[in-house]
Design a protein around this ligand. Structure first.
Ligand code: PRX
Length: 650
């Protein structure tokens, strides 16, 4: 991005939805005034506010100092000692929650398992003893490469119990990706499974681990959970069956008191170039913010069944499938497999079957549901739902409206939550009983979080002017560094804008102060000197009734600097033609102005996405510019999408 320029904002959205009165009446935060009071109080003294939230956590030893800030290095609740596994399990056992369902899990083939807090505690304690027996000690690292089964959560909590740092590697990653992460993290043990189910097929995880582990000299043991019972190769001495080890240990393992800054997990995110970044999260601050946000943002109640559809391999799964909900004593629903197996109505069938109350998913999933068609949710009773959430990308206003009407039946507030792997927990989001929502905006920061939109030199921009989204005060669940690379941490997040954390998003604030995320600044398009965020042009395209999903990128243009190339997928069964292209151009011109009219429009069945579902505009940019893709495609979820686009090009 060039130095002083900001991003122009062209999107206008005026639909506003106040929280439904009956929802607000029962919510933890019941009115906008109440939110505002909390926010203002916290803004005056964020440390005091977060200390109050940390009181909700069980500490073996209370902290001496709330925050030690040595920019850009933070320590929260210094001197305190606690254990997250204890907070997620043991402390519920002395209450009525002892026999409450902690996890209700459904496998892709359809089986259901329920684990109460007592049962989960027992499994976690046993697996902690298994790890100890294999020589894992406080401070060691353990890699987890598993399907979405309860044992993944059990393994995480067992690591946390003894102070081993886990690194979960998403089950869609390749052997090379495992090798790089395991070696960078210095992991001693890999926990995996024989296989997992995805869209009716078996993914042979153990085979993939075998290929990786041969190139990981530090790995002493591989533990294999039996999920599919398919045949696996075996390396005697290194490989062990989960169930056999579990038979050799007792179910009693005290939770280790750990320093507040003890490393809880490393989660690798692919940087835009080169080596993945090992985002490091620690203990006391992380659990304080995730537990607080879980309760307030999700308006979590004891009687809820809560489902976050994220894979545990992403940060959303860490903070809002495992740690945040269990610290609150919630009942968490988990689903192993694909949303379109055996049919396109799988999610809605499960919501109906388990009477799920809170659904937290991603815009990429919502756009897929729109493409598949309304007939699938229409087959099921979704009346148990009371709150809907999204995370991961900007949600186009039309996708928001679809979610609101077709899934929420106009009854359920929607929380659009902005945060990142690096932030550890939710940063900007409505409080559902308090904040009036507008489709497409994550609205306002949660109390205790100070964010702003600024120019490159750090000056605030005016209302509706685009700029850089920054965080101005350290927050408890922030990343502490990049594993083994303090310098890269400083460079990546703290060197662009003076005294601020910046991790790459463009944004604007509207006249109400609401934050609109405009996309990654690397993706900004410069048309005739006007800098446009991708999210706004895409939202204009998606607001056309024929369009399910759109990605826009810039390609060089002699006249305008950059021209806009749009890649568009259509709603269930529709076919694209020249006439529709013209109609879409006219539609964008009407919605946001002639300036943003796409120069090229290409219809495609699917867009290239990362394994966590984000559109990879970098690849589309290459394709629109040079007609081919030569860059790194290792994080691409489905290579055939690019191959298909490339063929169409020829
Ligand atoms: O660009 C923003 C987008 O996702 C990025 C963070 O991605 P990741 O680390 O994979 O974490 C995703 C789950 C927390 C952000 O920099 N993003 C995330 N949530 C939103 C969003 N963009 C717009 N609106 C959101 N609600």
């Amino acid at each position: 991005m060039s130095d002083s320029s900001s991003i122009e904002s062209v999107l206008h959205e005026s639909r506003m939805f106040p929280p439904p009165a009956d929802f607000a009446a029962n919510a933890h935060v019941k009115s906008f005034e109440e939110y505002k009071r909390l926010y203002d109080e916290a803004a005056k003294d964020p440390e005091a506010f977060w200390a109050k939230q940390a009181e909700e956590i069980h500490w073996f030893k209370k902290w001496d100092t709330v925050l030690e800030w040595n920019e850009p290095f933070a320590k929260w609740f210094v001197g305190g000692e606690l254990n997250i596994s204890y907070n997620c399990l043991d402390r519920h056992l002395t209450t009525w929650r002892k026999n409450k369902a902690a996890i209700i899990w459904e496998g892709e083939p359809g089986e259901v398992r329920t684990l109460t807090y007592l049962q989960l505690h027992r499994q976690v304690s046993k697996f902690a003893n298994v790890l100890k027996k294999l020589g894992v000690e406080t401070g060691d690292r353990v890699a987890l490469y598993m399907p979405l089964v309860p044992e993944l959560a059990i393994a995480m909590l067992a690591c946390a119990r003894i102070g081993a740092t886990h690194t979960v590697i998403f089950g869609g990653f390749s052997a090379d990706a495992i090798r790089d992460r395991v070696n960078d993290g210095g992991c001693k043990v890999i926990v995996t499974a024989d296989g997992g189910y995805r869209r009716g097929n078996e993914i042979k995880l153990k085979d993939i681990v075998d290929r990786a582990a041969d190139q990981c000299p530090g790995v002493e043991n591989v533990i294999v959970f039996r999920r599919t019972s398919s045949k696996v190769a075996w390396k005697h001495g290194r490989d062990h069956w989960w169930h056999e080890l579990m038979e050799t240990v007792v179910d009693d393992c005290a939770a280790e008191p750990l320093d507040s800054e003890h490393p809880l997990f490393i989660l690798y995110t692919s940087g835009t170039t080169g080596k993945p970044k090992g985002i490091l999260h620690t203990t006391g601050g992380y659990i304080s913010q995730t537990a607080y946000s879980m309760k307030m943002v999700m308006d979590l109640k004891d009687e809820d069944i809560y489902w976050c559809t994220a894979d545990i391999g992403w940060v959303t799964g860490h903070s809002y499938v495992v740690y945040g909900p269990l610290a609150n004593g919630a009942t968490v629903f988990m689903y192993e497999g694909a949303p379109n197996f055996p049919d396109f109505d799988r999610f809605w069938a499960m919501i109906d079957r388990h009477k799920i109350n809170i659904l937290y998913t991603a815009p990429t999933a919502i756009r897929a549901f729109i493409k598949w068609g309304e007939q699938y949710p229409a087959k099921h009773d979704l009346s148990s739902l009371r709150l809907l959430g999204t995370v991961g990308e900007p949600i186009n206003p039309e996708a928001w409206m679809w979610y609101h009407e077709v899934i929420g039946k106009g009854r359920c507030p929607i929380i659009d939550t902005w945060w990142q792997t690096e932030t550890g927990g939710i940063m900007i989001s409505p409080f559902p009983g308090a904040t009036p929502t507008v489709p497409g905006t994550a609205t306002l920061p949660i109390p205790g979080i100070i964010v702003d939109v600024v120019t490159k030199s750090g000056d605030p921009v005016g209302p509706n002017e685009g700029g850089y989204l920054v965080i101005k005060h350290p927050w408890p669940s922030m990343l502490r560094t990049l594993w083994g690379d303090d310098e890269r941490y400083k460079q990546t997040y703290w060197s662009d804008i003076p005294n601020c954390y910046f991790a790459g998003d463009g944004a604007r604030r509207d006249e109400n102060g609401y934050f609109w995320i405009m996309g990654r600044v690397d993706d900004v398009i410069n048309v005739s000197g006007h800098r446009l965020g991708t999210a706004e042009v895409e939202s204009a395209l998606v607001s056309h009734e024929a369009v399910a999903e759109a990605a826009v990128v810039g390609r060089p243009d002699d006249l305008k600097g950059q021209a806009i190339a749009a890649f568009v997928t259509l709603e269930g069964g529709r076919k694209g033609n020249e006439e529709l292209k013209e109609a879409l151009r006219a539609h964008v011109a009407k919605e946001i102005g002639a300036l943003a009219k796409p120069d090229d429009i290409r219809f495609t069945d699917a867009l290239p996405k990362t394994r966590s579902g984000k559109i990879m505009r970098r690849l589309l940019r290459e394709l629109a510019t040079s007609g081919t893709v030569a860059g790194d495609v290792t994080t691409l979820e489905d290579l055939s999408v690019i191959e298909k686009l490339r063929e169409d090009e020829e």
